[in-house]
Unconditional design. Sequence first.
Lengths: 92, 232
Amino acid sequence: MTFNSRLALTEFAGLFRPLYLTSEVREDDWGGQLPISRQNLVYEIESLIDGIYATMKRPEVVLVLEPDLELEFQAWESASDEALTNFEKQLD
Amino acid sequence: MKPQSRYIIHIGINFVMSPSPNITPQSSLAFQQAILSNGLEFVSVTTLENQIVLSRESPTPLQITVNGLNPQVGQFLVAASQPKRSLDLFAQEAEAAVKAFLDTWPVQNRQMLKSDATIRELHETTSEHAFQELWENLLKQPSSMLKSFERPILGGGLRFVMAPLPDEQDPAQIEVKIESFLGDTSKIFVETQFNWIQPTAPGMPFNVRERLSQVNAYIEKQVESFILGGSK
């Protein structure tokens, strides 16, 4: 799960959300329009119409590490440091 | 908007019912067999503790989900992204899937607690930018007003949530989103969802075609008329 600034609202809404799926399932890859915080895309301006309306280059997908995966990597990292420290202490 | 340019990108219909279908490895196999017997094809099956998902991507995408939410309540959902077929053909397949469901879990007094249906579609615009069309042509707002944001406008849209009519026999809440399509700013994105909120009497059939036709008729008449500024 990717956390973002909508989370609190989503959690709150979850109190009223039914436990079942609905007919607009898979909004992300089934043609829905997700909020930008839930899209790993970079929208680059291609041209500006009347100085206001931006047309975009085809958005590029940006790979972002899932936060829980990142935490796991950090845990491994700190565990490795701890193991190294312990190993060094043993040498002393 | 060019009314003839309608291109459907998602169709889905969902039923929440009581009692729940009893999902076991045996009933999953029976359901798969019933799906094939009713002329539908699938390539992938996922059977979880309380869920069966049958799906395929080609030649036309389809996903059928049976969910046992708890011993009393279950759901049956049929959906297709990029349907690549008419609404009528999708309805035909959804009806076949319902037949397979009823063959697998025959219950006399099954009651529909609620149901919903969603159609997403894209339309070509007649302006350079889809949001420009919505803002200036439809809402008659000056583009200068958007300068308050001090940013180029990538996209935007409208969202309407509508209550059932007081005398509606089968009351439905309706939600319509009309937005510029972020993936291609020359297109307008429209999502229409009906949410039927009143439980039916026990033993009433799954009215797949009727429900999908009701959503489609509302899009073709009311939603398109609104987008065209009431000229349809």
